[in-house]
Design a protein around this ligand. Sequence first.
Ligand SMILES: [Zn+2]
Length: 79
Amino acid sequence: MSLPSLKDFRGEQIEMVCHRCDRYGSYDRNALVKKFGARTEFVELRRIMAIGCDRRGTDQCEARFPCLLAANILIEGKR
Ligand SMILES: [Zn+2]
């Protein structure tokens, strides 16, 4: 089973929040598809978008996509 990618989300805007690093971003889905490709997985996208996070790449960073949770799309497999 492959991880969810951009093509699996139909909304126009993709939001990313990180409470730990106090960051919020809203991204145009079409722009992301153009830039990275529709097959880009959200885990990869999160890694890219968390670049401004103070704690990125650590367990302290909690960057996530609330719009995906709302759409019941889990971006990660088993933890
Ligand atoms: Zn963060």
